[in-house]
Design a protein. Structure first.
Length: 211
């Protein structure tokens, strides 16, 4: 499973995000995207997912052209910007809705992930009343729970306590050890990139530099 940007250019308003960039992300690796705030790290994830279109160039998942026919990335878990759930449903009710999205999601897998992140005491609390850290854990669960081949994670450690950061790093490392899986993540904390990623890429002035 690979993701490729081919001769990609993207501008938002008056800012150049990508300037004729070609890059391939291969399976079996964890990639970290670095760059100043506003440099466009999140935009790259949205382009790879199909949420945004390039101005010029192409995005491929293996040999499939993303957004050629309004298609999006497949077999992927995404945490990009603000992942939201239904505000008046409880934590558990929201997770049970995910069962309609994939046959891999079962009551047993939901219980596993609730236990993994220690969310049992929050199961009956409405989503709108949960803390930012608990909401982030839910966002991560929805990305991991269906065992996707690709993970696109935008600031996955955001709002997490120290224990939950360690748990999440363990998850990402385990994905990076699988030859048929691909992880691309962003972080404004350099330690989250340096101790997790096989390859880091710096986004600067519309160019992507491997480090």
């Amino acid at each position: 499973m690979t993701l490729t940007i081919l001769n990609g250019s993207k501008r938002l308003a008056d800012k150049v995000i990508l300037d004729d960039v070609t890059v391939t992300f291969d399976n079996g690796y964890i990639y970290g995207l670095k760059g100043d705030n506003g440099s466009g790290k999140t935009v790259i994830l949205k382009l790879l997912a199909g949420y945004y279109r390039l101005d010029t160039g192409e995005v491929y998942q293996d040999k499939t052209l993303i957004r050629k026919s309004n298609n999006y990335i497949t077999d992927a878990g995404l945490v990009i910007e603000h992942v939201e759930f239904l505000p008046y449903l409880t934590l558990l009710e929201n997770l049970k809705l995910l069962k309609h999205l994939s046959p891999k999601i079962t009551d047993e897998s939901i219980d596993y992930w609730i236990d993994y992140y220690g969310l049992g005491k929050f199961k009956t609390i409405a989503y709108k009343n949960l803390s930012l850290g608990t909401k982030q854990k839910l966002a991560l669960i929805q990305a991991f729970i269906h065992q996707p081949k690709i993970l696109l994670l935008d600031e996955p450690m955001n709002a997490l306590d120290e224990k939950s950061v360690a748990l999440t790093k363990d998850l990402i490392r385990s994905y990076g050890q699988a030859a048929d899986r691909l992880v691309i993540m962003t972080s404004h904390i350099s330690e989250n990139i340096s101790d997790l990623c096989h390859v880091t890429c710096l986004l600067k002035n519309g160019k992507l530099y491997r480090q």
